[in-house]
Ligand binder design. Structure first.
Ligand SMILES: [Cu+2]
Length: 121
């Protein structure tokens, strides 16, 4: 393998696991990616987690500033800003479906912008 290939691959790895995701090192589960879009949607708008399993969810904005917060799921108040992906570690305690509305007024579709997190037993 050429050195340039190795450097390229290291670059890809750095993109996939940003320094801000320092607390994801021991997570056995693959990172779940959620994109907050410029037209006020989360994509996907529904994700599935499991009780007692630590999961890293990585939020990226492709337009506008958005936010998430959930006391029930232990998600701290978090801003989602273009160019600054943010990784949040979540260990759900209770099964159920949690609706996480966008916490920052972001545009005409803000009131309907929500991420549904389904926690399975
Ligand atoms: Cu919003």
């Amino acid at each position: 393998m050429r050195a340039s290939t190795i450097v390229f691959m290291a670059g890809l790895f750095a993109l996939a696991v940003p320094a801000s995701a320092a607390n994801t090192k021991n997570s056995p589960l693959p990172i779940v990616n959620v994109v907050a879009t410029g037209n006020q949607k989360f994509a996907p708008d529904h994700i599935v987690l499991h009780v007692g399993k630590r999961q890293t969810v990585r939020f990226t904005s492709t337009g506008g500033v958005h936010g998430v917060v959930s006391k029930d799921l232990g998600i701290p108040s978090t801003m989602i800003v273009p160019g600054k992906p943010v990784a949040i570690s979540i260990t759900p305690k209770k099964a159920g479906t949690y609706k996480i509305p966008c916490s920052i007024v972001c545009g005409p579709g803000h009131a309907d912008m929500a991420l549904s997190i389904e926690v399975k037993p």
